[in-house]
Design a protein around this ligand. Sequence first.
Ligand code: SF4
Ligand code: SF4
Length: 89
Amino acid sequence: MNIELEGLTKRILGTGNFISIDHNKCNNCERCLIICVMNLWRRREGKICIIDGYQSKCLECAACYQVCDAGAIQFQYPKGGTGIVIEKG
Ligand code: SF4
Ligand code: SF4
């Protein structure tokens, strides 16, 4: 399914689970909550989590992965052909 965002961005859903968190490594620093421009991270019952269905909103910028010094976030780009596509004009 394709979704148009302001005519510039197309997304194909069904990209699988490309971000996950290891709660044994997470130190609750909340950097991922702060850095995510799409506001996809939450604290639930004391644990940091990414929201259900994040795939439909995530920009795949990997900022959450980059700021996690604890190495608690696993990030991999969605498999070929299923990620975000930016179009000019
Ligand atoms: S940046 Fe990493 S260590 Fe910090 S709250 Fe997020 S997942 Fe946990
Ligand atoms: S990859 Fe970017 S948009 Fe997606 S959850 Fe991480 S910081 Fe947010």
